[in-house]
Design a protein around this ligand. Structure first.
Ligand code: ADP
Ligand code: ADP
Ligand code: MG
Ligand code: MG
Length: 550
């Protein structure tokens, strides 16, 4: 066996803890003597979209920087001498990458790169959206892109004033308007709601020049699936080494990734598969469940923005998923339930004195906990039991979320993903009756998203508590939510929160609003977005079953 699985492994798979020796021959880059090591590279192909999926810290962004020519690979030579392009090309002789590196060395690959950390951009470039797009545009399509990506309203805004979602769409437009050989999109769905994610995916697909190379790194698997023509999985030990898999077909590749086993390399990358429910019951009845919290019709007015909420309730043991566009009042609603905001009309009723609320806000910054505190101190404040070896919370939270390695780190030194995990862990560690989690998957990779989703579900059920989760990743919602609450309206102006509905009915309402349909993968149960105008898309729309045919 591979040493990871408890049971005997039917595949006799190689585990990532015992790497085969021949892998050493495929070192592409190493950051310094004891730095991170990258083995192999994802191979871009002309005219096709390559999707990259994998853990944080396994070299995805590094691979993109190498493919774009921003970073010349050192082939693992860390003695200070950088290999020449000739040596690099020789290394790739006989592989699909040889030709690619020849072009790169000649300087005939021009890259347009949407970097991962877009918040760095407004510090380096100055101007309004219009000025910058006009300047960037080499294909004469900037006006079309503005329309496709819904940027009309912010054209004359300085880019320093854009919200995260607006900045992301601006960057996608700027990159697509370049006349390049290689287009790179590093995590384009960050900060975007579902409608915007679909828009960005459609725009990338339809505006990618036919003869260019296109690479997308993405943690939202429904998005990656929709965007890509083939996929490469990056796996390994985060921060230590990363390996690029062989190319796989989109459906098979994502399914192998979820199962945790890569057949072409006979490699087990995870001990447990990630499983979705293949079919949710169309109308689960929750009548028999104990009501924890309920609210009457509510109105919340914030200068200029109005939210109307239909009455609803939350039951014991349930996870209520909240979906809807940015700026529609989701966070406002959560804050009303948390008691941070008073509704203008209506009321929230919590049975006398017994309910405790634990809240993870949408935006987490180190100051939420104190920059100088260690992760251990922060967790101890939330619940000492998390740190007691072998306790239930220790296993469920500390170990499963892999926070045990970070205990000595100071909050101010954590990466975005690590800070997010800590915030979710703290919220879940507290003993409470209701857990409010506002966008828990931001900055997390697929495995972390699904691990967090699983933990939320288990803890809520085991404690007989309830959770409300605001989340834009539909695969995560599908995995976690027992019921769905849909928000509609005009962002920034007025929001309408519908009554909680079953997962099936809620998703159906939500997808109908968006005009997209979803099918379920028969093997893994994961949601897949139908291509517009495909047979299933047309059929499901005609039947009014936007969220798959049960
Ligand atoms: P991913 O995009 O998959 O999250 P990255 O390519 O950003 O991974 O990083 C992979 C590893 O390499 C990380 O451990 C990171 O800290 C390290 N790393 C990235 N850039 C540098 C650098 N310029 N110098 C040293 N280490 C780096
Ligand atoms: P979502 O979480 O759905 O993205 P929010 O609830 O954060 O939306 O915000 C809804 C709208 O209310 C936005 O237009 C936002 O700018 C506005 N808003 C939020 N909080 C306040 C506040 N304290 N004062 C005035 N406007 C606010
Ligand atoms: Mg990255
Ligand atoms: Mg919000």
């Amino acid at each position: 066996g591979c040493g990871i699985c408890v049971k005997k492994c039917p595949f006799k798979a190689i585990s990532i803890v015992n790497l085969p020796d021949e892998l050493e021959k495929s070192v592409i880059h190493r950051y310094g003597r004891n730095g991170f090591k990258l083995y192999g590279l994802p191979v871009p192909r002309e005219g096709r979209i390559l999707g990259i999926i994998g853990k944080n810290g396994t070299g995805k962004s590094t691979a993109l920087r190498i493919l774009s020519g921003e970073l010349r690979p050192n082939l693992g030579q860390v003695d200070g001498t950088t290999p020449s392009w000739d040596e690099v090309i020789r290394r790739f002789r006989g592989t699909e990458l040889q030709n690619y590196f020849k072009k790169l060395a000649e300087g005939s690959i021009k890259a347009a790169h949407k970097i991962q950390y877009i918040d760095l951009v407004p510090r380096r470039v100055k101007g309004t959206v219009r000025q910058l797009l006009e300047k960037a545009d080499e294909r004469g399509i900037w006006r079309e892109l503005v329309k496709e990506l819904g940027l009309e309203k912010v054209l004359d805004r300085d880019i320093r004033q854009l919200s995260g979602g607006e900045l992301q769409r601006f960057m996608v437009a700027a990159v697509l308007s370049k006349d390049a050989t290689l287009y790179l999109f590093d995590e384009p769905s960050s900060y975007l709601d579902v409608r915007e994610r679909v828009r960005v995916a459609r725009t990338i697909r339809s505006y990618a020049p036919n003869n260019s190379y296109l690479v997308v790194v993405e943690h939202d698997i429904a998005m990656l699936d929709y965007l890509s023509d083939y996929v490469v999985i990056m796996y390994g030990e985060p921060g230590v080494y990363g390996i690029a898999s062989k190319p796989y077909g989109v459906r098979a590749g994502i399914n192998h990734f979820l199962r945790g086993y890569l057949p072409a390399e006979n490699m087990r990358i995870r001990s447990e598969p990630i499983r979705y429910t293949i079919t949710a019951t169309p109308s689960e009845t929750t009548l028999s469940l104990k009501t924890y919290i309920s609210w009457s019709k509510l109105t919340v007015s914030l200068n200029g923005f109005q939210l109307r909420v239909e009455e609803g309730e939350l039951h014991e043991g349930e996870v209520l998923g909240v979906v809807g566009p940015n700026g529609i009042g989701k966070t406002t609603f959560v804050r009303v339930l948390a008691g941070e905001l008073k509704p203008t009309e209506g009321s929230v009723s919590k049975p006398a004195g017994t309910l405790k609320v634990s809240y993870k806000p949408q935006y987490v910054s180190p100051s939420l906990f104190g920059e100088d505190k260690t992760v251990e101190e922060v967790l101890a404040e939330a619940n000492k039991s998390v740190l007691a070896p072998g306790s239930w919370l220790n296993v469920e939270i500390l170990r499963r979320m892999r926070l045990d390695r970070l205990l000595d780190r100071r909050v101010g030194e954590l990466s975005g993903g690590e800070l997010q995990k800590l915030a979710v862990a703290v919220a879940l560690a507290r003993e409470a009756d209701i857990y409010l989690l506002d966008e828990p998957s931001a900055y997390l990779d697929v495995e972390e998203r699904l691990a967090v989703a699983k933990i939320i579900k288990r803890l809520t059920e085991a404690r007989g508590a309830a959770a409300i989760v605001v989340e834009h990743d539909i695969a995560v919602q599908d995995y976690i939510a027992s019921r769905i609450m849909v928000f509609t309206g005009t962002p920034g102006v007025e929001g309408h929160a519908h009554q909680p509905a079953s997962l099936f009915d809620g998703m159906n309402t939500f997808l109908k609003e968006l005009g997209i349909t979803i099918r379920k993968d028969p093997e893994t149960g994961r949601p897949r977005i139908n291509k517009e105008g495909s047979f299933l898309d047309r059929l499901q729309k005609r039947l009014g079953k936007y969220y798959y045919i049960p």
